[in-house]
Unconditional design. Structure first.
Lengths: 390, 174
């Protein structure tokens, strides 16, 4: 029943990067380059790792599969336990999985990210044929699911599936993992999986996506904040020791108790005052705050459920069109709600670093513009970033 | 066809959300962005020098392969001389990958085929792009006796003392 130490969990998540493909020699090992792993778990790659197909269109067309997961048998204090270590995003074709955002019904009948689910489904048969004989002999052992980045998202779906399929105790450990599903998925998996250690760096952008209505698990629970900090930096997503801060460095601890936790601010009520908008800055903190402000406004106005439902049934409008039309209606309902809408938009403009953050009117056109200026300018930058790594 | 249109709208909604956040964040991370265009040094392998024996006798005129992987594979080989000695030059590349948000595994494998058997001389992998002093030193004098079992050695990490290196192979690294 022992949990993996943070140190062991992060090393397993890191070792999973090495199983993507063997070299031309066919030689590859799991975890042998981190001596701690070999002291606690034994991996047999004689039949290769569990293969999966990443969500990119090209990979699916070509049915191109790569190694995604390795299953290890516990020894010593982990005797009877098993670990499933799942690889994160290590190439561009995998990177598309992260940006390929759509929803689909997952195995537990709640809505989850379609790309993550596709990759999970592609590895599930192999995972099942590997686990079934192993767990038949050890119904009491814990199954530890570990992953970084996309690997963390896959570990989350895997942990939920293992628990429902085998009834063993299941612990989940993720590092810099994105949100996987909507609140239904977060709630179901929070109660189904026995323990969840969701580790982040404050500056890592990946745990901040996809945006609401995606929600993290543990639902309204705690995350392990391995490095506090201001701002947002892509480098904060890395594991490597030579990265700053690098998950391998920040999680290098023997006990979870010694690490700092932070309650996931799963949308506490936030009402933003227009005159305070200059306090906003471009940071994780304000991203969360503005998200909460939007949700609170929709709830205060009684539109929250309608927006979610409309998004789900489809109106032919884009989400931001629909949201802009909704906010226009909200602002017309009362002076109080108009002020609250103005406060939200003002904070958004300051957050997005617009030179002028004055909210002059609350028309559909203006609200749509607030979304547009941000989206338009930034879209080019993201495209350039993607092109630069091709 | 309700399902199809529902799915499409959801797709649009989620894409919008995802793009928005990426885009919003990309302004702040402009510096990071431009670092994606830059190329960085990646140290794939130090210079290697070693001697191969079988039951104490030199293994002569055999191909030794060095398979280095960092996104792509870089494979080269050399022949052992009459005394079983072999060597490789240091290998460095330039890559954009260290500037990206995602980790790239670097793998070093030395192996040879002898009497229909494949022997792993050295196996090591890491997410670090830079050189590791201990490994550079060890690779200067590999003593590889092929009748020895493959062993995993725990070696001190000079740069990151809390993370010892694990190197696996038949060569003695004591």
């Amino acid at each position: 029943m022992a949990t993996l130490s943070p140190k062991l969990a992060v090393q397993l998540a890191s070792a999973a990067y090495d199983i993507k493909a063997p070299g031309s020699s066919g030689i590859y090992y799991f975890g042998k380059s981190s001596p701690d792993i070999g002291k606690s778990f034994q991996f047999d790659l004689a039949n290769g790792p569990i293969q999966g197909i990443s969500g990119s269109i090209l990979a699916r067309l070509l049915n191109r599969s790569t190694g995604f997961a390795a299953v290890g048998k516990g020894k010593g204090q982990y005797e009877g336990d098993h670990v499933i270590a799942i690889r994160g995003t290590a190439s561009l074709s995998d990177g598309i999985t992260d940006a390929h955002i759509g929803l689909t019904g997952g195995d537990n009948n709640s809505l989850i990210h379609a790309g993550f689910n596709k990759t999970f489904q592609s590895m599930k048969p192999a995972l099942e044929s590997t686990l079934t004989p192993m767990l038949a002999r050890s119904a009491t052992g814990t199954v530890h699911c570990v992953g970084h980045s996309l690997g963390g998202a896959l570990a989350h779906i895997t942990a939920d599936w293992v628990k429902r399929r085998y009834k063993n105790k299941v612990f989940l450990y993720t590092f810099g993992a994105p949100r996987v599903g909507l609140d239904g998925f977060a709630m179901k998996t929070s109660s189904n999986i026995d323990r969840i250690f969701r580790c982040t760096h404050a500056a890592d952008p990946v745990p901040m996506v996809p945006l609401w209505p995606f929600v993290h698990a543990p639902y309204q629970g705690e995350e392990v904040l391995l490095a506090p900090g201001q701002g947002i930096s892509f480098a904060a997503h890395k594991m490597a020791m030579e990265a700053t801060p690098g998950y391998l460095n920040t999680a290098n601890s023997n006990s979870w108790r010694s690490l700092q936790t932070r309650s996931a601010n799963n949308h506490a009520a936030v009402r933003l005052k227009y005159e305070n908008r200059h306090q906003a800055s471009f940071s994780n903190y304000w991203a969360e705050k503005i998200s909460s402000g939007l949700i609170t406004l929709l709830k205060d106005a009684g539109y929250y459920t309608a927006v979610l439902a409309q998004a789900a049934i489809g109106t032919g409008l884009t989400f931001y069109d629909m949201l802009a039309r909704t906010l226009e209606a909200v602002a017309k309902a009362s002076t109080k709600l108009a002020e609250q809408t103005k406060g939200l938009l003002g904070h958004m403009l300051v957050f997005a670093r617009q030179a002028v953050s004055t909210v002059a009117e609350l028309s559909y056109k203006f609200i749509r513009w607030v979304f547009d200026v941000t989206l338009g300018a930034l879209y080019r930058t993201a495209r350039e970033a993607i092109n630069s790594v091709m | 066809m309700q399902l199809t249109s529902r799915w499409r709208t959801l797709l649009k909604l989620m894409l919008g959300g995802g793009i928005l956040i990426y885009l919003i964040f990309s302004q702040q991370v402009m510096a990071d962005m431009f670092s994606w265009f830059k190329k960085y040094d990646v140290h794939l392998s130090p210079a290697v020098r070693g001697k191969i024996t079988f039951s104490g006798s030199p293994v002569a005129n055999v191909k030794v392969f060095r398979e280095l992987t960092y996104d792509k594979e870089y494979l080269d080989f050399t022949m052992t001389d009459e005394q079983g000695n072999f060597s490789f030059d240091e290998k460095n590349i330039r890559s954009r990958r260290p500037g990206s948000a995602f980790d790239t595994a670097k793998r070093q494998v030395l192996y040879l085929d002898h009497n229909d058997q494949r022997y792993v001389l050295w196996y090591y992998s890491t997410l670090n792009a830079a050189e590791a002093k201990t490994l550079t030193e060890k690779m200067q004098h590999l003593r590889c006796e092929l009748t020895q079992p493959e062993t995993t050695y725990e070696l001190p990490n000079h740069e990151f003392p809390e993370h010892p290196h694990g190197v696996t192979g038949v060569c003695s690294l004591d």
